[in-house]
Design a protein around this ligand. Structure first.
Ligand code: NAI
Ligand code: MG
Length: 486
């Protein structure tokens, strides 16, 4: 790897049962730096055989040292892991930014968030409690929270460290043994983080990492009959396949499938406070964010003013190499650039462009850059206002009144996050209750929010909740014990 950084892991190997080894059959996948289009390393192309070995290793961990640990001991492992992530944060951020193309400052935030996930779930591990339930005379009933067993974690490429942290962190805190499949477009940070686990004292087999293609490793993992829970973040199509595969084995799934999240801007809002967030919550990670606020609904009376102000911001945005301190980096891959470019071309044909950024001259021609675009006066039912684009593209839609805003906001197949900008307290509460989504931000916008906040969707944004304390319930199952003692 042509990086001036000494790595503590071998990117070409898988982690199974505490041992680093090549994929069965020795297949490899090139690792691309999307800022330059250059191949910088290769990762192992895992197989169904590697998945089988990883599941067996996870089972052995549950039967062995890992399964015997107390909740407090599991928490301490996570806390040590959090410190190690913090110590290596600069290298982790560098890896992520090189592999995914996100500006280094955003990758540093991701490393900090990862450490915070391990810290949060480390602290929470021994605070998950059951209940006693009043029942018949002479009987005591109590509930136990137990791990599912072997859990599968299929994660995407947009926020590998953050999504790994929320998923693995909560699952391990509850005592599950994990098999992680990172995205083929971005596996380096997952391998780097897994390589720190042993140092943190995580027993062999509690976390296994099988890199490889989705249709191969991901499909084998989600259909594996000895996997007891599957958590997935990614596209609706793949989520549907994963839920179908898991249904064959009748195991629960958690699906986080992105969205078309709105900002709803009322004419009584504090506009200057809202403005940086209106744009920032979409172009973060070049728009490749599940909770990107890709629709901006603005009340008619201030619509032209907001349009002019947002357009001015867009006209100043610059995309460039991840290392360069630009507003946004390239997209993750040529495939993603092709998807986004098609949407922009459609918008150019059918809609009005209000503002448009540019690509810096220093950006290599083989990098996957897209200049950010703001479309205005977009009909609420237009494809660009309905479909997840997953690129730096935002649409503005005017609305008349509160009822109109709610109708438009709820009028997509998705429901992940919503931002509401108004100083009217009663209206804040009405919208919080009437919006169909998993998170509502009022006079702020978290793009998924902090580590502490439960997160997940409704409709095609998926189901189940990750993050916060709530995730611990998803990664466990409840057992009711009734004791007749007279
Ligand atoms: P994808 O959903 O296919 O990939 C996400 C993960 O699923 C990767 O690890 C991939 O290897 C795995 N996977 C793919 N096919 C699989 C299968 N048959 N069985 C099991 N696992 C499988 O998403 P992709 O193709 O990378 O991106 C396409 C679109 O998906 C994006 O344009 C965006 O709209 C959406 N997306 C949403 C994300 C979110 O955060 N909600 C993250 C990534 C993509
Ligand atoms: Mg890459």
């Amino acid at each position: 790897m042509e990086m001036n950084t000494k790595l503590w892991f071998d990117p070409a190997k898988l982690l199974v049962g505490g041992a680093w080894r090549e994929a069965e059959g020795g297949g490899a996948i090139p690792v691309e730096n999307p800022s330059t289009g250059e191949t910088i390393a290769s990762i192992a192309a895992g197989t169904a055989g590697d998945v089988e070995a990883a599941v067996s290793a996870a089972e052995a961990a549950l039967d062995g040292e890992w399964g015997a640990m107390t909740a407090t001991e599991r928490g301490r492992v996570l806390l040590r892991w959090a410190r190690l992530v913090e110590e290596r944060a600069e290298t982790l951020a560098f890896l992520e930014s090189t592999d995914v193309g996100k500006p280094i400052a955003q990758a540093r935030n991701d490393a900090t968030a990862l450490s915070r996930y391990f810290e949060f779930y480390g602290g929470a591990a021994d605070k998950v409690m059951g209940e006693t339930i009043p029942y018949q005379a002479g009987t005591t009933v109590l509930t136990l929270r137990e791990p599912h067993g072997v859990t599968a974690h299929i994660i995407p490429w947009n926020y590998p460290m953050q999504i790994l942290g929320r998923s693995i962190g909560a699952a391990l805190a509850m005592g599950n043994a994990c098999v992680l499949k990172p995205a083929e477009d971005a596996s380096l940070s997952a391998l780097a983080v897994a390589a720190l686990a042993e140092e943190a004292g995580l027993p062999a087999g509690a976390l296994n990492v099988v890199t490889g293609y989705g249709h191969e490793v991901g499909a084998a993992l989600s259909a594996h009959p000895r996997v007891h829970h599957v958590s997935f973040t990614g596209s609706v199509g793949t989520g549907r396949r994963i839920q179908s595969a898991a249904a064959e084995n009748v195991v629960p799934v958690t699906l986080e499938l992105g969205g078309k999240s709105p900002h709803i801007v009322f004419d009584d809002c504090h506009l200057e406070a809202a403005l940086p967030t209106l744009v920032g919550a979409c172009i973060q990670a070049a728009g490749q964010t599940c909770s990107a606020a890709s629709r901006v609904l603005v009340q008619r009376g201030i619509y032209e003013e907001v349009k002019a102000k947002m357009a001015a911001v867009y006209n100043g945005l610059v995309a460039g190499p991840a290392s360069g301190g630009f507003d946004l980096g390239p997209l993750v891959s040529g495939k993603q650039k092709a998807i986004v470019t098609r949407y922009i071309a459609k918008g150019r044909d059918e809609l009005t462009i209000a503002g448009e950024g540019r690509i810096d001259d220093s950006a290599p021609a083989k990098g996957h850059y897209v200049a950010p675009v703001l479309f205005a006066d977009v009909p609420a039912d237009h494809a660009l206002a309905q479909e997840e684009i997953f690129g730096p593209v935002q649409v503005m839609i005017p609305f008349e009144d509160e009822a109109d805003a709610i109708r438009i906001a709820n009028g997509t197949d998705y429901g992940l996050v919503a931002g509401v900008w108004t100083e009217n307290g009663a209206r804040q509460m009405r919208l919080a209750r009437r919006l169909h989504c998993g998170q509502v931000f009022i006079n702020n916008y978290g793009a998924g929010g902090g580590v502490e906040l439960p997160f997940g969707g409704t409709g095609k944004s998926g189901h189940g909740r990750e993050k916060g304390f709530e995730a611990l319930y998803g990664f466990s199952r409840l057992k009711t014990v009734s004791i007749k003692h007279g």
